[in-house]
Unconditional design. Sequence first.
Length: 371
Amino acid sequence: MKRYNQDSRIVMTLDAGGTNFVFGAIKGEKQIVPHFSLPAAADSLGAVLDNIRNGFRQVAEALPIPAVAISFCFPGPADYEQGIIGNLENLPTFKGGVALGPFLEDEFGIPVYINNDGDLFAYGEAIAGLLPEVNDLLEKAGHPKRYRNLFGATFGTGFGGGIISRGRMFTGDNSAQGEINRMSNKLYPGHSAEESVNIRGVMRVYMREAGLSGIECPEPREIFEIGMGRRPGDIEAARKAFEELAIVGGNAIADAVTLTDGLVVLGGGLSGAWPLFLDRLVDEMNTPHKTFSDRPLDRLEIKVFNLENPDQLKTFLAGERHQIVVPGSTRSISYDPMQRIGVGITRLGTSEAVAVGAYTYALHRLDGGRI
């Protein structure tokens, strides 16, 4: 996968949320303009577009040389290939569809690329985060196995995902790829996985288990600290909140990797609480199904390892290599029958991974590459 960490071109970026638009610029995979925010919500579409346009103008004025592109994440539903944003719950002024990409191209005279944050997060981690780190560790361990596929999942305001396959971002026919949030909820049939794998889900379970009302409920960061025994509160309720996230999230991710067969990286605001949920999430991915004759059936054809656990990481890197003889000859080759993947936490940080993904995506497209 080509790196642009020594590239001198500049790309302007935006991290668009329902509350704020956060602007920046990247050169050589590094931020070169301090982030700043403008309000996302406004009374009219014109006011929202003014904020976006003015934000990029402010970035452009701070650059030493002109940017070659604009590349950023924006919530869906959308037709990302055409740069059209659809009906957004948090930004109702976009109702009916808005050609945001073409609008910005007309304003700034440079190409504009828009993607989903889950896709760009996974892309950034595949380029400069977990994926190359794991392959470097395998090389240092003297193991020939290399990983080329990555599923990225974000745990935060929502439950998002992105798929990278052999250096390319997987894009669906409706810009709806990697939408793991719509998978079924193992604990609450009839509900989506996202109902348990987000900030609201963690707080809902803590309130229920601790017998609190909404105004009394602490934020997830505090719930994590309670669960770790670092601050007063209902420790069992805190652990139950993250256990439910782990079960539902692990079940959904296990379904996803039956199709992707690659590493998994977790990001988003809740990923920092991994000491409370990652072991349970990996256990859930390894929990067997049953046959109708009541025999256990491996949930996956591959074994899942927690890459943040030193003992599991050691086993993951070592594998089960041995030599097998080629039939009809005296020649032998190395064979590792341990089919395995690993789950790890973002190495770049979620925002940085999204930025690296956006930067690389733009330059790759400018250089004639396909995604």
